[in-house]
Ligand binder design. Structure first.
Ligand code: FES
Length: 167
């Protein structure tokens, strides 16, 4: 098998196993660990995890497919998750979506040509009172307007200038 955890990740996984009565119950933490270790959970990684937790690969695929927080493809340096559920929708999420698609030239599920931004539409991010909301990597940005999002995107691009992306 081509992919496998580093020694440190494997040790971490073994520690996780001690907290559960059954190895199969470690599936979600194992997937989290795999995403942190490999950056995303490719088919190859999912097969590795299936062997590790002792489950059929198809079940592991189903779980990874169900949860939007697991990336099946390599994400951009900045992964944008735009909430499209009702509160955000009513407060301008569609305008934010249009801005992202036009400015970054990415459709949902895609990564920008420079590898800097990937874009995903997600269901409620749990911050409806500050709608509309976008999550960029682990940060929440709320009460957004197109102008605010534009400033954030410009800032992220500026922060990345001089790096490999050439933006
Ligand atoms: S509806 Fe968007 S955060 Fe809940």
């Amino acid at each position: 098998m081509a992919v496998q955890f580093s020694e440190a990740a494997l040790k971490e996984y073994e520690e996780i196993v001690t907290r559960y009565p059954d190895k199969k119950a470690t599936l979600l933490p194992a997937l989290w660990l795999a995403q942190r270790e490999f950056g995303y959970v490719s088919d190859e990684v999912l097969e590795y995890i299936a062997q590790l937790v002792g489950m059929p690969a198809v079940k592991v695929y189903e779980v990874a497919e169900f949860y939007t927080m697991f990336h099946k493809k390599k994400p951009g340096k900045y992964h944008l998750q735009l909430c499209q559920t009702i509160s955000c929708y009513l407060r301008g999420a569609e305008d934010l979506r249009s801005y992202i698609q036009e400015t970054l030239q990415v459709l949902p599920g895609e990564t920008s040509a420079d590898g800097l931004f990937s874009f995903q539409l997600v269901e409620c991010l749990g911050s409806c009172h500050t709608a509309p909301v976008i999550k960029i990597n682990d940060e929440y940005y709320d009460s957004l307007t197109v102008e605010k999002l534009d400033a954030i995107i410009r800032h992220l691009k500026k922060n990345s200038s001089g790096e490999d992306h050439g933006v």
